[in-house]
Write a protein that binds this ligand. Sequence first.
Ligand code: ATP
Length: 197
Amino acid sequence: MFKIGLTGGIGSGKTTVARIFEVLGIPVYYADDRAKDLMNTDNNLRQQIVTHFGDESYLGKELNRPFIANIVFNDAEKLSLLNSLVHPVTLKDANEWMQAQNTPYAIKEAALFFETDAWKHVDKIIGVHSPFELRMQRTMQRDGASRGAVQARIERQMNEDDKMKRCDFVIMNDEQTLLIPQVLQLHRQFCALAAST
Ligand code: ATP
């Protein structure tokens, strides 16, 4: 079974593209959502978060998101510490999930692939590319966020050109180029690849 990564910058349309693959019957692992679940459900991970960030990290069984967000948004070292705790657990969970799928290929959707060693665990990576201003407008609208707040989030991410250069395929999501034909073309390609191996 082929393992496909799906990535892109904030507001690029990763989730929108992933939903189209799901309509075609392809299972998708949403890494960011799953990571949030694992922070609540994986006991070992919970313990490590408490050790590094303190007892206030959890309110009962739930991660105290505002508390953690406040720490990591203001401190790049703390953000990378949190990532270094969460990523290995998510990576293992994603790999187990991939093994359990029985379709010609399956997709892992994640904001981070090249920033960690997650890219080594998939066979091919699709990048979703959108022009900067569109990403800005979409994210401001979706999250009710200010231009400055979205700009800061974009600046914390890997450079868009560098990211797209490292992807094996690029889907253009500029609201001019139709998305569905691009997804269908890749779907046929992946099914053919899977059938030939
Ligand atoms: P994030 O990294 O922030 O989770 P994302 O890359 O998963 O973002 P989406 O959530 O898919 O991006 O898209 C961001 C917003 O833009 C959503 O509200 C989505 O509905 C909208 N959007 C994405 N692509 C299109 C499109 N082609 N036409 C219209 N709206 C779009």
